[in-house]
Design a binder for this molecule. Sequence first.
Ligand code: GLA
Length: 392
Amino acid sequence: MSSINELKALFREKFGYDDKIEIYAAPGRVNLIGEHVDYCGGPVLPAALTVGTTLLARKRNDNILRLMATDLDVTVEAPLDDLEKFKGTLKWGEYTLGVAFEMLKAGFKFCGYDMLYHDTVPHGAGLSSSAAVELSTAICFAAGAEADIKSPRLLTELALISQKAEHNYIGVNCGIMDQFASAMGKKDNAVYLNCATLEHEYVPLKLGDYKLVIANSNKKHALGDSKYNERREECSEAFETLKKVMPDITCLADVTCADVSEYSELFKNATIKNRAAHVASECERVHKFVEALKNGDLSTAGKLMNESHISLRDNFEVSCDELDILAGSASRYSGVLGSRMIGAGFGGSVLSIVHKDRVDEFISDIGQEYSGKTNLKADFYISEIGDGAREL
Ligand code: GLA
């Protein structure tokens, strides 16, 4: 990663000065378990990564946002009072404009900025590079509005605003998991988050002799956003169906696997029933995973990851051949406790719990097997768990 001084030099090169620069950082996230349940009010267990977005920003005397990125040859200029017109028109920069748009709506008052983005999370890898951009932007504007950017309450609000930016500006009806993890992550801890209430608990990630290894399939998720929104609608439909016979439920995550079986005849078709079955079983797995983690029982945690993958593949249908190949080979590999796809799916990454003495061979063997079967090259990372959004 480039050092802060290198980034400052780059800022000077791009914008012509480097005084009064403020620097903010927000991480990507890895989700240990609890996939496609956040928008159903379920529990999730993400952890913030040490990679993410570093944002160098400098206040301007006007209301223009001028955006650049270290890895792109692009400049976006947008006035704060006319952000809506850029919606859907840009190849890059919409996350920033969407966050600015929603923060202004929420009453934050801030001026224009020159902003240079430096991303170290690979895009499209299921590691929430977009949440990292959103949260680094949101804390920058919040600091500009003189809010206390260390306050958990404000960080939670910024996560919710960033989620709104995704819904209203980007057009993805995402849940709250990624933005919450990026805002509130804590070094060496996972965040056990109830997505219905936003109550959360930090669970120390004591992995002993094991490492969390991410394999990025480098398969670009085609149609990911539209399929994502479709899954959300299917879950709403499952909820509406069950609500008729279970009036006390407030979200699909309130439903157990036994409920799904009992009322299986009521669903419009097998697809909707399978979506509900995934959500109910995944929520149960998250609670069991947390218990296993607290008891130091990583082998149970690993088994739950394998089950999660199968449910995402067969019941929720958000996996793809590339992810199945990676997760399949990884879960059979000696020294691996469990493996599953992470994030929205249709491409992206697979997470595995791997014994530290096997990591190098794992990367080389699984990498080779994967290229042999797909003609794609996977990238591997050993996850380190870091802090949430902050000023540097
Ligand atoms: C994406 C979304 C999250 C969550 C995951 C799937 O990362 O942004 O809200 O729904 O997919 O678990």
